[in-house]
Ligand binder design. Structure first.
Ligand code: PLP
Length: 506
């Protein structure tokens, strides 16, 4: 097979080798010129490698060019958001996955390939028309926080490694604690998302009992709980722990009387009720379990009261929720997801534990090679987390809260609630549509009268029109569509466009 018949990736790798050889030869020649020939051969080898290694550290002028290209891309991307579909399913695979070459590829080429083939494809969760699942955010401010965190690579897991950086981490945790109304002894940590936050919380809960007791303890959930709870229970070894699925009411909230009956039955069976997992904002409908009553049951029965507020927690800031979410502060542990309710990009969750000592008890470890960093009296994030080395993810939260101020977030959350109610009102006037429960938060559910196939057709119709992106679920065994309104870019125009499309469906 001649060169022109070779597979493109093979040709590319030959080219890469040739380029690397040339680079090494150049480095050798430069080195010989500058240093003469009096160095030992191992020293020469070292200096040759150094000359190439130095190029990993992009020259300031070149880096500035890349930044300009990033800036131009950001500008194009943000300006095109209104035109981009909420879900771009038209992509060709393999466009950017040619084997990694030995030689460099120009940054501009890569950015252009990424822009065309990856960064604008798939679910466009930064679009205001994205109303599927639980939309993530993507505040540009947070992207800058991430950039600064990565560029400066501050180590903020241990207090001693970057005291002011840890101060920022801790300011964020303290702000979340005060927001939900937990006492000062509560503490927590920022995680990569809700699932890791639940894992952290439930390890703390698990460690309140000796391993021999785990199989006698009972965990209580509803069938509306997020599947991360089941995943976490398995991951942390509570595989033999009985899990009771407590009945829900017509609005998909845990039935307190059913919980009480189940606890009584479990005690009669010789089991020992243990962890109550409530949800403040279910993924399916945004239902909020009756937190106040559940906390009373938990207190009376000696249960660890865990609240998954990954979706709903930040709606506590909204006036429209009244007292609904006030009892969040009564939890023994709580999960929040700033990459949902605070509109940040994927990659930030949070856990808070009422008695922070429980968390520290589970996660604080020491090692001789870390003793130089020890700050005994201080709160090191790694003492409350499964992670050791970790991204300085507090910076995206801190920067967003500082740049915008908290009021904009409150206002946006209130807008989302009002939009979900508006969607409910309009949908309930449409002749063929049957409604799910009235939205407690920002998720409106509905179906087409006449069964699942018609409802499925409507979903396909909406998504085909690309006016909005929606997803479905099952409620009481029936297929329902969801308009989950949580993007900071979703406003009346986007919701009305989605509703107009639904209205046109026959
Ligand atoms: C109610 C609820 N809990 C937990 C999670 C899991 O969070 P994450 O995807 O950040 O791990 C989700 C995700 O949508 C959720 O909606």
């Amino acid at each position: 097979m001649g060169p022109s018949e070779q597979k493109p990736e093979h040709r590319r790798s030959i080219l890469a080798e040739v380029a690397l050889e040339a680079e090494l030869d150049g480095a050798k020649a430069r080195h010989a010129e500058s240093k003469g020939s009096d160095l030992s051969s191992s020293h020469k080898d070292l200096k040759v490698r150094e000359a190439v290694s130095l190029q990993l550290d992009t020259a300031p002028a070149e880096f500035a060019e890349w930044m300009a290209e990033i800036s131009a891309f950001s500008d194009r991307f943000l300006k095109s958001l209104n035109d981009l579909p909420a879900h771009d399913r038209e992509y060709s695979l393999g466009r950017v996955t040619a084997p990694f070459a030995q030689a460099p590829t120009p940054f501009a080429t890569l950015l252009s390939e990424l822009e065309s083939n990856v960064l604008t494809k798939g679910m466009n969760s930064v679009s205001g028309r994205f109303m599927s699942y639980v939309p993530g955010g993507g505040l540009p401010t947070a992207a800058l926080g991430d950039f600064l965190a990565a560029l400066t690579n501050r180590y903020t897991a241990n207090y001693g490694a970057c005291i002011p950086g840890v101060e920022i981490e801790n300011q964020c945790v303290g702000w979340l604690r005060d927001l939900v109304g937990m006492p000062l002894m509560a503490w927590g940590v920022l995680t990569s998302g809700g699932t890791l936050a639940a894992l952290t919380a439930l390890v703390a809960a698990r460690d309140t009992r000796a391993a021999e007791e785990w199989r006698r303890g009972v965990v209580y959930v509803t069938d509306q709980a997020h599947h991360s709870i089941a995943k976490v229970l398995k991951t942390i070894g509570l595989v033999e722990t009985p899990v009771r699925v407590v009945a829900v009411d017509s609005e998909f909230r845990m039935l307190v009387s059913a919980l009480e009956d189940q606890i009584t039955a479990d005690r009669q069976e010789g089991l020992s009720p243990w962890i109550l997992c409530a949800t403040a904002g279910t993924t399916n409908t945004g239902a909020v379990d009756p937190l106040q009553e559940l906390s009373q049951v938990a207190k009376r029965e000696g249960l660890w009261f865990h609240i998954d507020a990954a979706y709903g927690g930040f709606f506590l800031m909204a006036d429209q929720t009244g007292d609904l979410l006030k009892p969040l502060g009564l939890a023994d542990s709580i999960v929040l997801d700033p990459h949902k309710g605070l509109f940040l990009p994927y990659g930030i969750g949070a856990v808070l534990v009422r008695d922070g000592a429980h968390l520290k008890n589970s996660f604080a470890f020491n090692a001789v090679y870390l003793h130089d960093l020890a700050g005994e009296a201080e709160l090191s994030p790694s003492d409350f987390s499964i992670e050791a080395t970790r991204h300085f993810r507090a910076l995206r939260l801190w920067l967003s809260l500082k740049v915008h101020g908290t009021e904009r977030f409150r206002n946006a959350l209130e807008e989302k609630i009002l939009l979900a109610r508006h969607a409910y009102d309009r949908l309930s006037r449409m002749p063929l549509i049957a409604m799910g429960p009235y939205p407690q938060l920002s998720c409106t559910t509905f179906r087409v009268e006449g069964g699942d196939p018609r409802t499925r057709n409507l979903l396909d119709h909406i998504n085909r029109q690309k006016v909005s992106d929606n997803s479905s679920t099952r409620l009481g065994g029936k297929l329902f569509l969801r308009l989950c309104i949580l993007s900071f870019r979703t406003h009346l125009q986007e919701v009305d466009a989605a509703l107009d499309e639904i209205e046109r469906f026959r």
